[in-house]
Design a protein around this ligand. Structure first.
Ligand SMILES: Cc1cc2nc3c(=O)[nH]c(=O)nc-3n(C[C@H](O)[C@H](O)[C@H](O)COP(=O)(O)OP(=O)(O)OC[C@H]3O[C@@H](n4cnc5c(N)ncnc54)[C@H](O)[C@@H]3O)c2cc1C
Length: 338
């Protein structure tokens, strides 16, 4: 199946390109497995050129079942275990899904398409999120889900890679063909070249600040036209996300801003008085089927197409690559060998 110089079991040095969430997890598991790994990143440690910088960081395989294939749930559940194992401080206090009474049909549809939740009545919603007491008649609580703050967890991952013996070179803009030996290409959308089917799917976010609301977990508002999630970033800051637009323009449209802010205001009127801290957008790297792919061409391996699930899937994808390199294991749902 594989004809390669990336011979399974061989302990040669490995280069990973791209220190976003995909590349960081690849480098971490390789370094921990005792491989000599160097992670190349074109930008600096702030990682502002990555899609990962803009993400919500939700680790929500059950909720994502509403819009995703079973593969996402399978890999996502495995990733939850890996996040717990490697980053035990990760908050795993669940996700809450709510809807306004007029959107009850969409709320029930969400419930039908997902699993792993407990139904809450109005009192239950208020008990787990006191700021939302009296605001919603019911909710769906997914107790096993977690979340990370991308701008915090990326530096943590990078520190763990170094602690495990891996090297990271920031300001290193390289292409896979320039590097000898086994290369794992995690450049996200920048990997797009001739014949590549990757596209960018824009996600816009707004960061706001208010001391009037406190949320302990990501809250999703089900809505027929503009679903919203609100994630607390601590110190009174909240990320409002995210649009999903078939566009590679990185600007924030007035329509998107109105929809995100309007939906947040409908979750809690105190968001109307919040201070706007930041607008931003990232481009989710996606293949036509919106599924992740590990493509193996001799000793060049590409891990890409993480779309809207990079934080959810990166650990499981890294484990699959490691398992291929160590034992030649192929996961037919995710891997393609040339
Ligand atoms: C608004 C928004 C919200 C999201 N929310 C979530 C969420 O809640 N949960 C979730 O799981 N996912 C979420 N996602 C999806 C997630 O952000 C992406 O799937 C993920 O960031 C993709 O990671 P990546 O490592 O493949 O790409 P990137 O993060 O883009 O990383 C690629 C890296 O490669 C580097 N690079 C490129 N070319 C080179 C080169 N030649 N040499 C060296 N380095 C190079 C880039 O600088 C970059 O740092 C969200 C995305 C968006 C936009």
């Amino acid at each position: 199946m594989y004809q390669n110089s990336a011979r399974p079991g061989e302990k040669s040095p490995i280069s990973v390109i791209g220190a976003g969430i995909a590349g960081a997890w690849q480098a971490l598991l390789l370094a921990e497995a005792g491989r000599a790994v160097t992670l190349h990143e074109r930008s600096d440690e702030a990682m502002t050129q990555s899609t990962s910088y803009w993400a919500g960081g939700m680790l929500a395989p059950h909720c994502e079942a509403e819009v995703s294939e079973p593969l996402i749930v399978r890999l996502g559940l495995r990733s939850l275990a890996l996040w717990r194992e490697h980053f035990p401080q990760t908050p795993f206090n669940g996700s809450l899904v709510v809807a306004h009474a007029r959107d009850r049909a969409d709320f029930e549809r969400f419930a039908r398409l997902t699993s792993g939740y407990q139904r809450l009545d109005a009192q239950g919603v208020g008990e787990i999120e006191p700021s939302l007491a009296g605001r919603f008649r019911e909710g769906l609580f997914y107790p096993d889900e977690g979340h990370v703050e991308p701008r915090r967890v990326l530096p943590e991952l990078h520190a763990c890679i170094r602690a495990a013996g891996g090297a990271i070179e920031f300001g290193s803009n390289v292409a896979p063909e320039e590097l000898d030996g086994t290369v794992i290409d995690c450049r996200g959308l920048a990997a797009r070249g001739p014949g590549q089917e990757l596209r960018g799917v824009k996600g816009e976010i707004i960061l706001i600040e208010t001391k009037e609301v406190e949320l302990s977990r990501p809250v999703r508002l089900v809505h027929p036209r503009f679903p919203l999630y609100v994630i607390s970033r601590g110190q009174g800051r909240f990320m409002l996300g995210a649009t999903s637009i078939e566009s590679e323009d990185r600007g924030i449209s007035v329509r998107s801003a109105l929809e995100l802010l309007g939906a947040a205001y409908s979750v809690h009127p105190a968001f109307g008085e919040a201070r706007i801290v930041e607008f931003g957008a990232g481009l989710r790297p996606a293949y036509p089927d919106n599924l992740p792919r590990i493509s193996i061409h001799n000793d060049k391996i590409a891990v890409n197409g993480l779309y809207r699930h990079g934080f959810l899937l990166a650990p499981a994808l890294a484990e699959l690559t490691l398992s291929y390199l160590e034992r030649g294991t192929i996961d037919n749902e995710v891997m393609q060998c040339a």
